[in-house]
Design a binder for this molecule. Structure first.
Ligand code: ATP
Length: 226
C-alpha cells in the first residue's frame, strides 16, 4: 500500500480577475504521508485556508492537481466530493462548529447518524471517542456548558467518528489560550500517530510547530520553506 496520502502538484488559486485578482495560492507542491502530522504555517492572508480547502474538496484550484488517498480531488464531481468528505476527510475548525442544542455525545454522533450506523453501535463508538479525547464524564453537556478547549475536544472526537484517513484542521487552537491550544495539538498528534492517519494543521502559533512532524511555510501564497 502506498504511504502517500496527499499529493499537491503545482496548485494555484486566484480569486477575481484582472487588476483586482488575488493570487491566494501560487504553484504549491508537496506530499504528505500516512501517519504524519504536517503543520502549515504562515501569516494571516498567506493562503493557508485556501490551500486546505482545496485539499479537502471544499474549493477547486485554478490550476494544478490534488490527490487524496489516491483519488483525484481536482477532477472529482460534486457527488464524489461529498463521498470524499463523508468517508475519507474530516475537518476541525477554529470556531469548533458544534451544534448548540445537541449534547457533546450527540454532536460526536452526528457523522455516525449520517452514515446510518445503528443506534447501539453508535452509542458505543461515541463513548469510546469521548473517552479518547478525555471527556468521558461530559457526554450530556451542551457546548455552552463546556470550556473552549472541551468544545474543541468534542469537535476532534466528531472528526474522528468516521475513521477518516485525512484530518484537516484550520487554526484549531486559534480561539484557545496557549496551554489549552497545546493540549489540543498534543491530542491531534497522539491520534494521528496511533491511527496512522494524516493531519494537515494550519496554525500561526510558532509554539505549536515542535509538535508537528514537518512544517510547511507559506508566504504570499507560495511555499517558502519545508
Ligand atoms: N473567496 C475569496 N474571494 C476573494 N479573495 C479571497 C477569498 N478567500 C480568500 N481570499 C484572499 O486570499 C488570500 C489568502 O487567504 P487565506 O484565508 O487562505 O489566508 P490564511 O493564511 O488562511 O489567513 P488567516 O490565517 O487569516 O485565516 C487573502 O488575501 C484573502 O483575502
Amino acid at each position: 500500500m502506498s504511504t502517500e496520502m496527499v499529493s499537491v502538484e503545482k496548485v494555484s488559486r486566484t480569486f477575481g480577475s484582472g487588476e483586482r485578482a488575488v493570487h491566494a495560492v501560487q504553484e504549491v507542491s508537496f506530499t504528505a504521508e500516512r501517519g504524519e502530522l504536517v503543520a502549515v504555517r504562515g501569516r494571516s492572508g498567506a493562503g493557508k485556508t485556501t490551500l486546505l480547502n482545496m485539499i479537502g474538496g471544499l474549493d477547486r484550484p485554478s490550476a494544478g492537481r490534488v490527490t487524496v488517498a489516491g483519488r483525484d480531488v481536482t477532477a472529482a464531481g460534486e457527488q464524489e466530493l461529498l463521498d470524499l468528505r463523508r468517508d475519507t476527510v474530516s475537518f476541525v475548525f477554529q470556531t469548533f462548529g458544534l451544534i448548540p442544542i445537541l449534547s457533546a455525545a450527540e454532536n460526536v454522533g452526528v457523522p455516525l447518524r449520517l452514515a446510518k450506523v445503528p443506534a447501539a453501535e453508535r452509542e458505543e463508538r461515541v463513548s469510546v471517542l469521548l473517552e479518547l479525547v478525555g471527556l468521558g464524564g461530559h457526554a450530556a453537556q451542551r457546548p455552552n456548558e463546556l470550556s473552549g478547549g472541551q468544545q474543541q475536544r468534542v469537535a476532534v472526537a466528531r472528526a474522528l467518528a468516521n475513521d477518516p484517513e485525512l484530518l484537516i484542521a484550520d487554526e484549531p487552537t486559534g480561539q484557545l489560550d496557549s496551554e489549552t491550544g497545546r493540549s489540543i495539538m498534543d491530542l491531534l498528534r497522539a491520534v494521528v500517530h496511533a491511527r496512522k492517519m494524516t493531519a494537515l494543521v494550519a496554525t500561526h502559533d510558532p509554539a505549536l510547530i515542535d509538535l508537528a512532524d514537518r512544517t510547511l511555510v507559506l508566504r504570499d501564497g507560495r511555499l517558502v520553506e519545508e
